[in-house]
Ligand binder design. Structure first.
Ligand SMILES: O=C(O)CCC(=O)C(=O)O
Ligand SMILES: [Fe+2]
Length: 197
């Protein structure tokens, strides 16, 4: 527990990580990774796509969830069963997530400190699964500013932001290149599961 954030180290054995990655590759084949731009028109350093009823999206009009892929116009593919199983195991909830955001980080990608607050009901937790290269995760406070703490997330780790920690600020400072051989060509995939509506 770090500021109320729960980290399940090595939650997924290597075989399960590989099987999940195959399922995510199928998601990406159907709903290609794209590079969103921020409200200020600056391209994000991660590329992303989604599975499930809703996909997270950002452009000059701001952050929001959309029902179809911004480039293909198609609905997002279903959330893979292996991913839903992790949600069920760590949350114990009967309700399933309706968005699995897929973030791809290359060696230079990062994600600034932010809150996940585009969802309707903050009583549902956010569950995040790390695959591939390790990432330095920073966690701050619910209010803006103040001190922060950092921890490395490794392939197979699962992190939960729920309860009093649902709205903590968090981000990824950097990726450690070549720290995992799971993803061919390197990089990190983070899956973020959320109940959107
Ligand atoms: O990559 C991560 O571990 C965090 C991703 C994240 O915070 C987000 O997509 O909102
Ligand atoms: Fe986030």
């Amino acid at each position: 527990m770090l500021r109320g954030v729960a980290v399940f180290r090595e939650f997924l054995p290597l075989d399960d990580q590989g099987a999940m990655l195959d399922e995510i590759r199928a998601v990406i084949a159907a709903a290609p990774l794209f590079r969103p731009v921020t409200r200020w028109g600056r391209p994000m350093s991660t590329r992303m796509t989604s599975a499930g009823r809703w996909g997270w999206f950002s452009d000059r009009r701001g952050y929001r969830y959309v029902g179809t892929h911004p480039e293909t116009g198609e609905p997002f593919p279903p959330i893979p069963p292996s991913v839903l199983a992790v949600w069920e195991q760590v949350t114990g909830l009967a309700r399933q997530p309706d968005c699995c955001l897929v973030n791809f980080y290359d060696a230079r990608a990062r994600m600034g400190l932010h809150q996940d607050r585009d969802e309707a009901d903050f009583t549902y937790p956010v569950v995040s699964i790390s695959l591939g290269d390790s990432a330095l995760f920073r966690v701050g406070n619910i209010e803006r500013g103040g001190s922060t703490e950092s921890l490395w997330l490794h392939s197979g780790d699962v992190l939960v932001m729920g309860g009093p920690a649902r709205l903590v600020h968090h981000g990824i400072d950097r990726i450690r290149p070549s720290s995992s051989t799971l993803i061919e060509g390197g990089g990190r995939i983070n899956l973020t599961l959320r109940v959107v509506k």
